[in-house]
Write a protein that binds this ligand. Structure first.
Ligand code: HEC
Ligand code: HEC
Ligand SMILES: [Ca+2]
Ligand SMILES: [Ca+2]
Ligand SMILES: [Ca+2]
Length: 480
């Protein structure tokens, strides 16, 4: 943490009218061993900022494979598992059950035939445009109430997720269509931006109409980079960042997510998914195999059919899990070990100016720039100084982003701060810059303007900047 101690300026370089970025400053101050009365400003550029994943960072391969390299410091065994897991993550699984194929058991209900269909090149999905096939995007469902342990209560007929594909004669569940409504936004300087507010329409076609309102939560597939590093952020660190009652009065009240681990049969700290609803890569993967692809595993031994879906129940996989423990472990290593890519542009004057605005307007109150990882089974993830730009906590982001679908300890309005590392490579990997949980934002500026709730002050501060300052801040985020 020496770099933080080096941070020197004791005043905040911000125009009058700014809401102070209190929590960030306080945490820098505490880290630097300073009292709250003596706040340092924006920390000096650290020479490791171009390596978001510390020694694990991928410094060799940029372009469209920027997310697809193993941690550079991975040991031989983990690297072998990575390459063998890669084939099970990338290749299509097939229907039916045969003793000769390690890749069958797809369905009865599913959304995609491979993990990579949604996480294309280990990257991010986006909402469908027009009537193109839906990939990289799915809709979670529930009654809107919660059940045991706070899990969303599955819909009696359609379950916890809308599967738009099905195997053989089994009917698929239905489809989602999206329409956008223009929502103009005006900056302090008069410049205008038109945001697109999505309206989702679900057509339940497979198992009868639905009368009661269904709670739905549309989600894009996030990139799967740096996940073991995020797992290795000590729980005590998350607790330290959390401020559930906003005792420091900065308007930000991050909370640690508490969720059910299907693998361990207990409540654990949530870290993954847009609402931090899964505690580990393994639990997340088990849910993806079962819900997204209809593949059973020892963690999720049942296919994703409800008791009202006769044809699905009849076509279920029997006996052996579709995914063997061996394959499960390989895919777990794969999804844990995709490295965050190095930053190409990180110390130019423009980027540094944008960086300064990022700190000053209060983005770092949730997108915490830097942390040191602790223990992990994957040794390459241990003791790394990383720059993920997240606190992994739940924040109320206001009504506009709400999915009105409580999930464990997260309310409808609450979302996990997503890491911002790797965004520089997103256009090269996936050919788009669709951001936020449902991909509604086209680019960083729109993503910021959707921020409400606890992030309202930061957004308003951003909106007070000049057009050039805003552009610099956006370029900084695009350089991560
Ligand atoms: C139908 C599209 C789809 C498929 C197929 C899919 N995923 Fe995902 N994945 C998602 C979505 C959407 C999320 C976000 C989930 C949420 O917010 O609850 C996600 C999240 C994840 C995450 C957590 C990432 C993070 O940063 O929080 C991991 C790990 C993951 N998926 C792994 C897999 C694996 C492994 C497979 C194949 C077994 C797979 N996914 C298949 C759509 C998909
Ligand atoms: C109160 C916490 C908080 C603050 C402050 C905050 N953010 Fe966020 N940010 C979030 C959360 C939570 C999300 C996810 C919201 C969603 O997906 O609906 C998010 C999403 C984003 C995304 C999209 C990331 C992705 O993977 O799609 C970007 C970019 C972003 N924030 C940048 C910023 C910038 C720049 C600032 C400062 C102007 C800022 N944020 C301030 C919590 C915060
Ligand atoms: Ca199956
Ligand atoms: Ca379903
Ligand atoms: Ca606070």
């Amino acid at each position: 943490m020496t770099a933080l101690v080096r941070a020197s300026a004791s005043t905040l370089h911000a125009p009058p009218g700014f809401v102070p970025a209190g929590r960030l400053l306080l945490s820098w101050a505490l880290a630097a061993g300073l009292g709250a009365g003596c706040l340092p400003g924006v920390p000096e550029l650290d020479e490791s900022e171009w390596l978001p994943g510390g020694d694990a960072t991928n410094t060799f391969t940029l372009g469209n494979l920027a997310y697809s390299q193993p941690y550079e410091n991975a040991d031989r065994d983990d690297e072998d598992a990575f390459y063998s897991g890669n084939s099970f993550f990338t290749s299509a699984w097939v229907q039916g059950v045969s003793s000769t194929s390690a890749r069958d058991g797809l369905g009865p209900l599913f959304n995609a035939r491979s993990c990579a269909a949604c996480h294309l090149r280990d990257g991010r999905g986006r909402p469908p445009v027009g009537d193109e096939e839906v990939t990289g995007f799915l809709v979670r469902l529930s009654t809107g109430r919660t059940t045991t342990h706070g899990a969303p209560e599955a819909h009696a007929v359609y379950g916890g997720q809308l599967q738009n594909l099905a195997a053989g004669d089994v009917p698929a569940e239905g489809t989602v269509t999206i329409e956008y409504e223009n929502q103009p936004f005006a900056y302090a300087d008069g410049q205008r931006v038109v945001l697109k507010a999505p309206r989702y329409e679900l057509a339940f076609t497979g198992y009868g109409d639905v009368d009661e309102p269904v709670a739905m939560s549309p989600r894009v597939a996030p990139a799967v980079i740096g996940l073991a590093l995020l797992e290795a952020i000590p729980e005590a660190q998350l607790e330290q960042w959390a401020d559930p009652d906003d005792e420091d009065g900065d308007g930000i009240s991050g909370r640690v997510a508490r969720v059910w681990s299907a693998e361990h049969g207990e409540m654990q700290v949530g870290r993954f998914g847009w609402k931090a609803e899964q505690p580990s890569v393994r639990d997340q993967n088990a849910g993806a195999f079962a819900g997204d692809m209809g593949l059973t595993s020892y963690v999720r031994p049942g296919d994703d059919c409800t008791s009202a879906q006769g044809p699905c129940l009849e076509a279920q996989s029997e006996d052996e899990p579709d995914v063997s423990d061996h394959v499960f472990n390989r895919v777990a290593t794969y999804a844990s070990l995709c490295a965050p890519p190095a930053r190409e542009t990180w110390s130019s004057e423009e980027i540094l100016e944008g960086r300064r605005h990022f700190y000053e307007v209060g983005c770092t109150g949730c997108h915490v720039p830097q942390v040191t990882t602790g223990a992990h089974d994957i040794s390459a993830a241990q003791d790394q100084r990383i720059w993920p730009y997240t606190d992994l906590l739940l924040h109320d982001m206001g009504d506009d982003l709400s999915d009105h679908r409580p999930t464990f300890s997260a309310s409808g309005n609450e979302w996990r701060t997503p890491p911002l590392w790797g965004l520089s490579a997103l256009p090269g990997v996936n050919g788009h810059m669709r951001l936020l949980h449902d991909g509604r934002a086209d680019g960083v500026e729109e993503a910021i303007l959707w921020h409400g709730g606890e992030a309202r002050a930061a957004r308003d501060n951003f909106a007070q900047l000049t057009a050039e300052q805003r552009a610099r801040l956006v370029s900084f985020v695009e350089s991560l």
